[in-house]
Ligand binder design. Structure first.
Ligand SMILES: Cc1cc2nc3c(=O)[nH]c(=O)nc-3n(C[C@H](O)[C@H](O)[C@H](O)COP(=O)(O)OP(=O)(O)OC[C@H]3O[C@@H](n4cnc5c(N)ncnc54)[C@H](O)[C@@H]3O)c2cc1C
Ligand SMILES: *[C@@H]1O[C@H](CO)[C@@H](O)[C@H](O)[C@H]1NC(C)=O
Ligand SMILES: *[C@@H]1O[C@H](CO)[C@@H](O)[C@H](O)[C@H]1NC(C)=O
Ligand SMILES: *[C@@H]1O[C@H](CO)[C@@H](O)[C@H](O)[C@H]1NC(C)=O
Length: 459
């Protein structure tokens, strides 16, 4: 963007060096801001850093537990084609190298390697303080000769440092802490006297420990779906309970002779039985909650300006700025059911432009009004609060709005095409969609031609 005397360079703290924090740091620096990234792990990549470790509390509810950040399991492969998943101007192309995975739906290690490549390519690592945890973020009204010079106080602790507590002032904070860490659990009548084991998918890594067991999974979205098939290869029986299934659902999953779909659990009994709404009763060893996660910003002290209510983070203008604290506080990556990386990139460009003063925000009242209207629309459509940030197909329009504000191109046609095609293929062939990709389908072929053209201008 063109330089001008009115452009302000800010001192910005970015919390987290996952995909969101990495691209936020890059876009902020590109815009001329000075950036410090705080990352409590010792490398970049966030949730894509696979680890064998799981939390001591398999349900991840004990507040004193040692938190393990990653939710990735050993067999995990992406649920989006790599081309579609990558950042807009750093294609997730096939790279040579011993440990690289050239598949279209690669394993988690390939995504981590891609994020490491991104970080190297753009020199992001020099901005990151690793093994540094942000413990508190609070408003600061520090003044210098009457001029307000800082908006946010950041307190952090560094691992293995003598004077490990640091207290600093920044002009702005961009929160990129991820939201697949704090589990959401299903409520199950009778669970307190059920004798089996309970866990959350956050602590699932490998199927072998479930050998010969009877396992009940709750939830059949991405992780429930993947994990049920993973475990079915070892367990005696796998039963998936889901609210989204009608009450009489009882279906044997095709391609498996030990995997059943049920309606939700009605209750569990002291003798180990699990009773489903469809009237079936089974004796189970394990119940695994594949019920997703909650947004959590426990380090953030805004005196009530930002709250999380039934998983609605708000009020947030465009799912990014709390109006009362804009633009000095922002969030990247709140929306879900989206293509994450390119969305993070566009959100970050917009935030960087707003912070420098090149892009103007509406008045606080106008922002609050837009949020009120969104809530009213959702309520009118009967959408529960917890789906406020679930954008789905609307996320293309959402992305394109940022692109037009910033002055760059919107979502590429080939990306939309690939996303929609893979979504449909996944619905129709959940078992094989990752490996049997119909390249000959003319729309997909066109999409790939466009992708190759695009790649040739980028690498
Ligand atoms: C099981 C699973 C499968 C997925 N599959 C796909 C897929 O196939 N394709 C896809 O595009 N997306 C997928 N996703 C979505 C994925 O979350 C995003 O791709 C993306 O990695 C999110 O990046 P993030 O930076 O927002 O969060 P994260 O990757 O979680 O990074 C947040 C970072 O913030 C750090 N942090 C948090 N709190 C603090 C603190 N207080 N102080 C310092 N540092 C802190 C953490 O250590 C972490 O490194 C999947 C997610 C999960 C959980
Ligand atoms: C959950 O399972 C049912 C079949 O029992 C299926 O119709 C539905 O599409 C599944 N949901 C997801 C998100 O896979
Ligand atoms: C468990 O208790 C229920 C209710 O009393 C009973 O119907 C069921 O047969 C019992 N199951 C086992 C395995 O004991
Ligand atoms: C916090 O909010 C309350 C109620 O809105 C207000 O009275 C109080 O002054 C605020 N405190 C600070 C430190 O801003």
């Amino acid at each position: 963007m063109a330089s001008s005397t009115s452009i302000k360079s800010r001192h910005v703290a970015v919390i987290g060096a996952g995909a969101a924090g990495l691209v936020a740091a890059r876009e902020l620096r590109r815009e001329g801001h000075s950036v410090v990234v705080f990352e409590r792990q010792k490398e970049v990549g966030g949730t894509w850093i696979y680890t064998d470790h799981v939390e001591s509390d398999p349900l991840s509810v004990n507040p004193t537990r040692l938190v393990v950040h990653s939710s990735v399991y050993d067999s995990l492969r992406t649920n989006l084609p790599r081309e579609c998943m990558g950042f807009r101007d750093f294609p997730f192309a096939i790279r040579s190298g011993e440990s690289r995975d050239p598949r279209r739906f690669p394993s988690h290690g390939e995504v981590l390697a891609y994020l490491q490549d991104f970080s190297k390519e753009f020199g992001i690592e020099e901005l990151i303080r690793f093994e540094t945890t942000v413990v508190r973020v609070s408003p600061a009204a520090k003044t210098d000769g009457g001029e307000r010079i800082g908006n946010w106080r950041i307190e952090s602790t560094e691992k293995e440092k003598k004077s490990h507590h640091r207290d600093e002032i920044y002009d702005a904070v961009v929160v990129c802490n991820g939201h697949y860490i704090e589990p959401r659990l299903a409520e199950i009548p009778g669970i307190s006297s059920w004798p089996g084991e309970e866990m959350h998918s956050h602590n699932y890594r490998l199927p072998q420990p479930f050998k010969d067991q009877v396992v009940v999974l709750i939830g059949n979205s991405s992780s429930g779906d993947d994990i049920s098939r993973d475990i079915a290869g070892f367990a005696k029986e796998v039963h998936v309970a889901s609210w989204s299934n009608p009450a009489d659902t009882y279906i044997k999953q095709t391609g498996h002779n030990n995997l059943w779909m049920h309606s939700m659990i009605e209750r569990v009994l002291e003798n180990g039985s699990v009773v489903f709404q469809n009237g079936k009763t089974i004796l189970a060893h394990v119940i695994m909650h594949c019920t997703g996660y909650k947004y959590d910003f426990s380090f953030l002290d805004t005196n009530g300006s930002v709250t999380v209510d039934d998983n609605r983070v708000g009020p947030l203008y465009k799912h990014i700025f709390p109006p009362a604290l804009a633009p000095s506080l922002s969030f990247v990556g709140i929306p879900c059911k989206v293509i994450p990386f390119p969305m993070f990139e566009l959100q970050s460009k917009w935030i960087a432009g707003v912070l420098s003063g090149l892009i103007k925000l509406p008045s606080v009242d106008d922002m609050l009004m837009e949020i009120k209207n969104l809530y009213a629309t959702l309520e009118g459509e009967g959408v529960p609060k917890r789906y406020t940030h679930s954008l789905g197909i609307n996320h293309f329009e959402y992305n394109d709005w940022f692109a037009s504000e910033y002055g760059c191109s919107g979502t590429e046609e080939w990306r939309k095409e690939m996303f929609l095609t893979s979504f449909m293929r996944k619905m129709e062939h959940p078992e094989t969609y990752r490996d049997e990709w119909e390249d000959h389908h003319h729309l997909v072929a066109q999409a790939y031609q466009d992708f190759s053209l695009y790649i040739s201008t980028k690498i």
